[in-house]
Design a protein around this ligand. Structure first.
Ligand SMILES: NC(=O)c1ccc[n+]([C@@H]2O[C@H](COP(=O)([O-])OP(=O)(O)OC[C@H]3O[C@@H](n4cnc5c(N)ncnc54)[C@H](O)[C@@H]3O)[C@@H](O)[C@H]2O)c1
Length: 354
């Protein structure tokens, strides 16, 4: 069903007491963002295990990592208690990235979305609560802010208004992991990612910045719906840096805390974004339309992550767009037009649990 390659079975020893070295499980770590985080953590000498079902046939995400002796890949479904339980052997810290990611894919596969993003994630969190873990980081989304009127800027305590199945599930999971019950014996942190951009081993061109760049590069034309709606963006490499900061942070700074992840300067409207891209790709054919299918409009405040964790995005949108265009010019994604489904969350290729 999916391309196979030499997965290395590496047994990890427990955390080496007296050092900061951790053994970290990335649940859903073979997608767009996971491998970038995995590489950053491996660079810090941590041991990294990825548990992923490769539902988009996306083994490309971890191919580059399997030769690292500190890396281990487990092909499996985190919704299965035994699979998750086995994957947790020797693990000190967990990052939950897995699930059906995005409004379109959850709308297209509502049954799978419910099974994975609602039932599966909540069961996963329940199981983790009983383990002797250090930190558990739940990756959520700034989409939870939904539609904000009057150009207000959302900080972490702004009322959540999830509009899609995807973000409704995220809000439920956030609330569940932040519930202080007697079983929680780890340090939980929720991070609400802005919309990601940038080059990664498992590329997603179904995300606004990446999609706009690829469409304008290959097709020179693009329909832009609701051009003046706002969205925050953040580069995948910056997310990886932030995960490291949270893992290294003292407990009192991150325990039961929620952080927006991104930077004020990367809040942008679609109109400004295409204007920026047009500076690199001239003579684009742009059509501005209204009443698209995605009503989201949210501008986000990132003071907390900056003030408490000292996080600052290194990557501007301009730098991200420039890098993407450079990669396209180098021919890295020449098969994009023939194989669009491969480059995003469009079709589930493989699932075992519903
Ligand atoms: N990409 C973004 O712009 C963005 C923005 C905000 C938040 N986030 C969050 O960041 C995280 C990672 O996003 P991404 O873009 O890398 O998504 P992705 O879709 O590329 O990766 C998700 C991974 O989860 C795996 N998965 C799904 N169901 C599984 C199951 N039952 N068992 C095991 N693995 C399973 C998939 O195979 C995939 O590799 C997600 O939690 C997402 O909600 C992403």
């Amino acid at each position: 069903m999916f391309a196979s390659f030499g997965f290395k079975a590496v047994q990890f020893s427990k955390i080496i007491r007296g050092t900061n070295l951790k053994s970290i499980l990335l649940i859903g770590g073979a997608g767009y963002i996971g491998p970038v985080i995995a590489q950053e953590l491996l660079n810090q000498e941590h041991k990294v295990t990825v548990l992923d079902l490769l539902i988009y046939n996306n083994d490309i995400g971890v191919k580059a990592l399997v030769n690292n002796p500190n890396f281990k890949f487990i092909l499996g479904d985190f919704c299965r208690a035994r699979v998750l339980d086995d994957a947790l052997t020797g693990i000190t810290d967990v990052i939950i990235l897995g699930g059906l990611v995005g409004d379109p894919i959850t709308k297209k596969y509502p049954i799978e979305s419910y099974a994975i993003n609602d039932v599966g994630i909540l069961n996963c969190i329940s199981l983790l609560k009983k383990k002797n873990l250090n930190k558990v980081i739940f990756i959520s989304t700034c989409s939870n802010y939904g539609l904000i009127a009057n150009d207000e800027v959302a900080s972490e305590n702004f009322p959540l208004s999830p509009l899609s199945l995807y973000s409704k599930s995220k809000v439920k999971a956030e609330q569940f992991i932040l519930t202080k019950d007697s079983e929680t014996n780890y340090i939980p942190t929720v991070i609400r990612f802005a919309t990601a951009f940038g080059i990664a081993p498992r590329m997603r061109f179904d995300l606004t910045v990446n999609e706009f760049v690829a469409e304008l590069y290959f097709n020179k034309k693009l329909d832009i719906f609701d051009a003046d709606t706002w969205r925050p963006y953040c580069h995948v490499n910056d997310f990886a840096k932030l995960i490291k900061l949270v893992l290294d942070a003292p407990e009192n700074l991150v325990s039961f805390e929620v952080f927006n992840a991104g930077s004020d300067s990367n809040n942008c409207t679609k109109r400004s974004l295409v204007r920026l891209i047009s500076e690199f790709i001239p003579h684009c054919d742009l059509r501005f339309l209204s009443h698209g299918s995605d009503p989201r409009n949210y501008k986000v405040n990132f003071n907390k992550v900056q003030n408490i964790l000292g996080f600052q995005s290194e990557y501007s949108l301009e730098k991200g767009v420039e890098d993407l265009i450079y990669s396209l010019e180098q021919g890295s994604f020449d098969n994009y037009l023939d194989n669009k489904n491969y480059f995003g969350n469009y079709e589930i290729e493989y699932t075992r649990h519903v």
